[in-house]
Design a protein around this ligand. Structure first.
Ligand code: GDP
Length: 203
């Protein structure tokens, strides 16, 4: 299973960016959404999972991307990079557009099979994260948390934070340690996503 999911990630390719729901690709197959506050390390996590340096662009301007970005992993199997925000400087009109887009996407998208939320391990479970998890819960979708930038903490701090976050999440979501920089956790994350996507060859 590890090799099958890695192959799909390694050959993942950019499909399209969607600013309005009318531009979504056909609602068929399966897709997993990945969300995170700006600067949490979401783009780096996507690139690390794909073992591709520049699949998702890492951000220079926080909050810049206000689009749903679709990556194709296999036939009718997609990873959807949700726009992240969390910076006060996002203008109100943009914030409202974002919220409407995300809410409608979660409410209506049949292909959506699960949600991954990327959190900086030093600042987990902020309001934004709780909101995203609530969208998933409202749909009965499974959720998984990547506590990224784990390399910023000692091993014992990593494990203590993971235990605390798991306790706070309860049944809401599973959680794991991740670091794009230290190449930690990619296999575990890919396995979760591959299972939700029912990638060919994955049990
Ligand atoms: P995004 O806005 O959530 O897509 O975040 P990015 O992936 O662009 O990362 C934001 C910043 O965090 C960048 O400066 C990255 O180099 C840094 N970063 C991302 N992942 C890691 C990691 O695993 N470890 C460390 N130390 N820094 C990271």
């Amino acid at each position: 299973m590890g090799r099958m999911s890695l192959a799909a990630f390694r050959t993942a390719s950019y499909l399209k960016s969607v600013h309005h729901l009318r531009d979504l690709p056909p609602d068929s197959g399966r897709e997993v959404a990945i969300a995170g506050r700006s600067n949490a390390g979401k783009s780096s996590a996507i690139n690390a999972m794909a073992e591709q340096g520049r699949l998702a662009r890492t951000s220079r301007t926080p909050g810049r991307t206000q689009q749903l970005v679709f990556f194709r992993l296999a036939e009718d199997r997609h990873l959807v990079d949700l726009p992240g925000y969390g910076y006060a400087k996002v203008p109100e009109a943009l914030r409202q557009h974002w919220q409407h887009l995300i809410e409608e996407y979660f409410r209506s998208r049949q292909a959506l099979a699960g949600l991954v939320v990327v959190m900086d391990i030093r600042h987990p479970l902020r309001e934004f994260d709780a909101g995203m998890l609530a969208y998933a819960r409202a749909r009965g979708l499974p959720a998984h948390v990547l506590l990224t930038k784990a390399d910023k903490l000692s091993r014992s701090q990593q494990l203590a934070t993971l235990a605390r976050v798991r306790r706070e999440l309860g049944e809401q979501a599973s959680a794991q340690l991740f670091s794009a920089q230290a190449r930690q956790g990619a296999e575990e994350a890919r396995a979760v996503i591959a299972r939700w996507l029912e990638l060919p060859g994955v049990q």
